[in-house]
Design a protein. Structure first.
Length: 173
């Protein structure tokens, strides 16, 4: 009785290697196909990653460029504001030397200039500039007054006991 069992085992075991051989070959083909699919996905993802990395570096380059421009403009605005302050100080010092009529003209021109400045609305999130409107209008008024005519010679040389000589101290005799 034992003998027939061993013969049935032998016949089963001889049939089993053919199934394993077929299954192993099929599994290898499936693994190969999956590997090729994963390799293709890896390649496409690598290309996409390289593309995104180049876009990132381009965006960073643009960001740095815009930041530098913004910083430069900010510095320039501060310089211009300082120039306006100094020029307004000069105008305030020169204004008393003008005749009453010219002072009145400057005042009227500054009022007209303040009204003529277009007030465009700022985009949301931006603040209004801290300089008063009359800061630039005073300069424009004085320049407009200067183009209308010059002061007479006695007004140029001395107001209210101004000790400056006519020829700036040069004695040519």
């Amino acid at each position: 009785m034992m003998f027939p069992q061993s013969s049935s085992r032998h016949s089963g075991s001889s049939h089993l290697p053919q199934q394993l051989k077929f299954t192993t070959s099929d599994s290898c083909d499936r693994i190969k196909d999956e590997f090729q699919l994963l390799q293709a996905q890896y390649h496409s993802l690598k290309l996409e990653c390289d593309k995104l990395a180049s876009e990132k570096s381009e965006m960073q380059r643009h960001y740095v460029m815009y930041y530098e421009m913004s910083y430069g403009l900010n510095i320039e605005m501060h310089k211009q504001a300082e120039i306006v302050k100094r020029l307004n100080g000069i105008c305030a010092q020169v204004l008393p030397y003008l005749s009453q009529e010219q002072q009145l003209q400057v005042h009227q021109l500054s009022q007209l200039q303040a009204l003529a400045l277009p007030l465009t609305p700022l985009p949301v999130g931006l603040q209004a500039p801290s300089l008063p409107i009359s800061a630039s209008s005073g300069l424009l008024s004085l320049s407009a007054l200067g183009s209308q005519g010059h002061l007479p010679k006695e007004d140029k040389n001395g107001h209210d006991g101004d000790p400056r000589p006519d020829d700036d101290g040069d004695k040519s005799d």
